[in-house]
Design a protein around this ligand. Structure first.
Ligand code: NAG
Ligand code: NAG
Ligand code: NAG
Ligand code: NAG
Length: 386
């Protein structure tokens, strides 16, 4: 997930001829009912953890802004000051140690926050996989850095706390040669998708059986990603076909806010929307990944988070709240404090949150009272003192 999408304009091509498998057209895919758990859960935790957690500067797009076409002077300067001898981003992998990572502690904290599900980054745009992938398996959490299966460890710990486990997966990678070659051909060939993306997605789903698949980095048309054929497999044949939910980031050709189990808008919608959606926000307002120079005022307050949670669910959404752990596997104290305070509030007010539905009005005129309903009750959340 990214705060800013700054990439060259893409021309959409439909050159790739797809053979549709049965049930793989959008109308069939869209007719699948939303698995019930997702709308009831309302609140989840998002985790951005990868090699970018080592330089932990600027944001998780560090590599792109260091070496990409829009490189930033501030990052070059940071490298000069802090890592004068480091030439390649891959060198940071050795310090992604996860040495203090205690998955049960993380998962316990997430349960205490009142969240009902957790979405974990399995591969971000950098291309490093947080599980021992057998697909191009030479740069992952088992061969490098942590030398352990982070995705597996997280899945087990999260489930032990009776929370639902989900995965984030970036389709594209900034510096994948195969992706770049497909792109140069205007997406008329999809070698990268055939040999990397689909095999990895299948491996992830079959191995960890996640109940959320948060797709991201869908730069290229849905034909290129062969999205409908993958989703037909996910919905009809995969081991999680009855429980998994996926978002709408499956192509740049008008898939967003149109297809997928839930929409993933970049901004909170103005009104209630009837299709399920999710609001993703990050506790550190500047970054999804950990930043060594984060200061307290960069961090959303408990009131700000709760306001976004309430506004989102009043309009039919969920809230997915992101944290960025450090490279050695610590969750910054200030994030822990926020999460525990949110959890205290949820213990008292959760009745109007979990399992609730939007009411006929989502708020009063002045923006300070927001509503949900459950059974015969209407719940009113008063955000400012009358
Ligand atoms: C496959 O499905 C897509 C999207 O529904 C449609 O545009 C396309 O024409 C179909 N292709 C074939 C070969 O049927
Ligand atoms: C890795 O960590 C060591 C020890 O803290 C440090 O000296 C070195 O500069 C780091 N290198 C990279 C590439 O992170
Ligand atoms: C998880 O659910 C099981 C079965 O309902 C229960 O026995 C267990 O105590 C729960 N664990 C936690 C950490 O809440
Ligand atoms: C698309 O996915 C289907 C199902 O996995 C596969 O059979 C087909 O070969 C793929 N097509 C392309 C062009 O990648």
């Amino acid at each position: 997930y990214s705060l800013m999408i700054i990439l060259p304009t893409l021309r959409i091509s439909n050159c790739l001829k797809l053979q549709n498998q049965s049930g793989s057209d959008w109308p069939s895919l869209d007719s699948r009912p939303l698995p019930k758990w997702f709308d009831s859960a309302k609140f989840g935790i998002f985790i951005h953890w990868g090699i970018y957690s080592v330089p932990s500067f600027y944001n998780e797009w560090f590599w792109w802004y260091w070496k990409g076409s829009k490189a930033k002077d501030s990052i070059k300067e940071f490298m000069k000051q802090n890592y004068p001898s480091v030439k390649k981003y891959t060198e940071f992998a050795q310090n992604f140690t996860a040495g203090k990572f205690v998955p049960d502690d993380w998962a316990t904290l997430f349960r205490e926050s009142g969240a009902k599900y957790v979405v974990f980054t399995t591969k971000h745009h950098e291309g490093f996989s947080n599980w021992p992938s057998k697909v191009h398996g030479n740069w992952n959490a088992a061969t490098d850095g942590p030398h352990q299966d982070l995705v597996g460890a997280m899945a087990t710990a999260v489930r032990k706390q009776n929370l639902t486990f989900g995965v984030y997966y970036s389709l594209f990678e900034w510096f994948s040669m195969n992706y770049q070659e497909d792109k140069k051909k205007n997406y008329a060939s999809n070698e990268y998708v055939k040999h990397k993306v689909h095999p990895q997605l299948l491996e992830l789903i079959n191995t960890y059986k996640p109940d959320v698949l948060f797709s991201d980095g869908d730069f290229g048309p849905s034909n290129y990603w062969n999205a409908t054929n993958f989703l037909a497999w996910l919905y009809n044949e995969s081991p999680v076909k009855d429980t998994i939910v996926t978002n709408d980031r499956w192509g740049t050709d008008e898939v967003h806010n149109k297809h997928g189990d839930y929409f993933c808008p970049e901004h909170e919608p103005i009104n209630t929307i009837t299709h399920k959606w999710e609001n993703c926000i990050t506790l550190d307002k500047q970054s999804w990944g950990y930043r060594r120079n984060m200061v307290d005022s960069d961090v959303l307050t408990v009131n700000e988070v709760l306001t976004m949670l309430i506004r989102s669910i009043s309009k039919g959404g969920n809230l997915l709240l992101n944290i960025g752990p450090t490279a050695d596997g610590m969750i910054p104290q200030i994030f822990q404090q926020r999460l525990r305070k949110i959890g205290k509030w949820m213990q008292i007010n959760g009745e109007g949150i979990y399992d609730s539905r939007p009411w006929i009005f989502h708020k009063d005129g002045a923006n300070n009272v927001w509503y949900t309903r459950k059974g015969k009750y209407i719940y009113a959340f008063v955000l400012t003192e009358p």
